[in-house]
Design a protein around this ligand. Structure first.
Ligand SMILES: Nc1ncnc2c1ncn2[C@@H]1O[C@H](COP(=O)(O)OP(=O)(O)OP(=O)(O)O)[C@@H](O)[C@H]1O
Length: 300
């Protein structure tokens, strides 16, 4: 096991940040912690990277105990914190040299691991980190987290605030790092990114709702989902909320996702109800559930 948590809990005074969390991450796995702001993701990262001591439970990373063997863990892992980890006034090259030096290595020694990523920011190597775009900062922070060849990489919300193209590129980079044998624990509030992980833990209010592969989580969804749209989105949601057979409704892009309490029903009946409430241009079609639907169902 590369990462193992057994019944970990942590509170900040009265706030129970994480409660009784247990999961394992296998060597070479890309594992995602998926949950909204405040779910407890950063607290889990801080415990696993030895920056915070848990109140209860035990955890190990790369075979080392997070409390007893904290020094060994710090050498074995790379950590890209959610909030900015770079020195704004140092240049790209100076930041990378700094991180290499504190780990007793050099950029040249481990260049093969970061090459793919570094060549994208190399044209800006003399630019101060504070003057880089969001996507560039993120690439530099990843290089800094990798420069000492860690066995396990921790990435806390690496794509928050990054444009969609850079987000896609970032996930492609993670897949390549995984192929080089690095175990990766990544957190994200973006449900679409969950599908790119080998396995995910859905987390809310400090508790794990479900752990499985993204496919298995979606396949367990118990209801048929309908994409519904009409001329007035706000009124559509209100009408559906007042429908006696409603099970759940929530906005999803240009549609709302609707599920019905009944296992079988005529779509025409729902359409005629919506028409009676004054809506026009009504569209209803079944659709596949996704991780967000599964999360909403489990979080109910
Ligand atoms: N130092 C602290 N003191 C008090 N409460 C804290 C502290 N750090 C986190 N919390 C609270 O603990 C809970 C979990 O926070 P945590 O940062 O672990 O969640 P998160 O999923 O990483 O969310 P975010 O993306 O917002 O950081 C939240 O309710 C948060 O407000």
């Amino acid at each position: 096991m590369s990462i193992q948590l057994n019944h970990i809990s942590k509170s900040y005074k009265k706030v129970k940040a994480v409660q009784n969390i247990s999961f394992t991450v296998e060597p070479g796995e890309l594992f995602g912690l998926i949950g909204p702001d405040g779910a407890g993701k950063t607290t889990i990262f801080r415990i696993l990277t030895t920056l915070l001591i848990p109140d209860n439970g035990s955890a190990s990373v790369a075979g080392f105990d997070v409390v007893k063997d904290y020094k060994a863990i710090r050498n074995a892992v790379g950590y890209m914190p959610g909030r900015f980890s770079l020195y704004q006034d140092l240049t790209v090259e100076e930041n990378l040299t700094f991180f290499a030096t504190i780990f007793g290595t050099t950029i040249e020694e481990n260049y093969d691991l970061i090459e793919d990523i570094y060549i994208q920011i190399a044209p800006f190597k003399d630019r101060r980190a504070g003057k880089l775009s969001g996507g560039m900062k993120q690439k530099l922070a990843l290089c800094c987290a990798l420069i000492h060849k860690p066995k396990v990489l921790f990435l806390d919300e690496p794509t928050t605030g990054v444009d969609p193209v850079s987000r896609k590129e970032f996930w492609e980079m993670l897949k390549r790092l995984q192929q080089k044998g690095i175990t990766i624990l990544v957190s994200t509030p973006y449900m679409d990114e969950a599908a790119l992980c080998d396995r995910i833990a859905l987390i809310q209010d400090g508790e794990i709702l479900e752990i499985d592969t993204p496919e298995a989580i979606v396949n367990k969804f118990p209801k048929t989902i309908f994409n519904v749209s009409a001329d007035n989105m706000y009124k559509l949601i209100q009408s559906l909320q007042n429908y006696e057979h409603l099970y759940s409704v929530f906005p999803f892009g240009e549609f709302v996702h609707y599920t019905d309490k009944r296992n079988f029903f005529e779509v025409a009946e729902l359409k005629s109800y919506l028409k009676k409430t004054g809506l026009t241009d009504i569209y209803i079609e079944t659709t596949q559930p996704n991780i967000e639907d599964a999360f909403m169902e489990l979080a109910k």
